[in-house]
Ligand binder design. Structure first.
Ligand code: SF4
Length: 65
């Protein structure tokens, strides 16, 4: 499933990294979200959906195929 992040909205809370560390990281300079993959698979979809719901500024989008 396609996944995208909106770094201009990210406030660097780190919630997504904590929730789905295989998919999200934070850059060292600003602490803003970085995608480690451009999509999800069944193995990490639940964690990614949780990260989407938990992001405080709606900076993660999980788009239907
Ligand atoms: S949860 Fe949202 S605000 Fe926090 S680091 Fe991830 S994308 Fe940024």
């Amino acid at each position: 499933m396609p996944l995208s992040v909106h770094r201009e909205r990210c406030i660097g809370s780190g919630t997504c990294v904590y929730t789905a560390p295989e998919v999200f990281a934070q850059d060292e300079d600003e602490g803003l979200v970085v995608l480690l993959t451009d999509g999800t698979d069944q193995a990490n979809e639940r964690a990614v959906r949780s990260a989407v719901e938990r992001c405080p500024v709606a900076a993660i989008s999980l788009d239907a195929p």
